[in-house]
Design a protein around this ligand. Sequence first.
Ligand SMILES: [Zn+2]
Length: 235
Amino acid sequence: MVGKTLFMNHRAPANGRYKPTCYEHAANCYTHAFLIVPAIVGSALLHRLSDDCWEKITAWIYGMGLCALFIVSTVFHIVAWKKSHLRTVEHWFHMCDRMVIYFFIAASYAPWLNLRELGPLASHMRWFIWLMAAGGTIYVFLYHEKYKVIELFFYLTMGFSPALVVTSMNNTDGLHELACGGLIYCLGVVFFKSDGIIPFAHAIWHLFVATAAAVHYYAIWKYLYRSPTDFMRHL
Ligand SMILES: [Zn+2]
């Protein structure tokens, strides 16, 4: 068994949560805190590049999901680090941290589902993904931390099922980047599940999330919105 060090604690017991070391706590906070401002700026940029009302609304939805993920995650990790004695508060923020992931997945797909032409059956995914996010939220309320494997299964199901629809689109521009981001998320899950086995595992997971989110943002910015040069020309 790997011993306790400054950079890693013992693994969590089956019914409990992993307790990060001070250094791990700090890394967990900073790895997402530094992304809050870029997320806000990136969202505002998409809003600026919108051509019509539907693109604007979609930029809002996607931007809110993106910003909420990093803000809620940062706040939760600060509370877990500095206010862990307030058990109920920490528990509540941990629930928010988990719920926001469902909405983040829905928001990440929203630009592709909203702004690309879809078949009659596939277009139902536009609302179904939000139903899944709502279902995930209810699950967190009822069974938070009880069945971790089921939780992971829900995240992966929600992450993969819209991909089936998206890959069937006529216009396939950007799907390569979309898949690439998805793969980065999946690789990151290895670290998400490695607390107490790999030092700074959770912070490394955060970096995978940040990289995948950046790849997805790039694809949305490049393929679904007006190019900035085109935008400047029309000023
Ligand atoms: Zn985290």
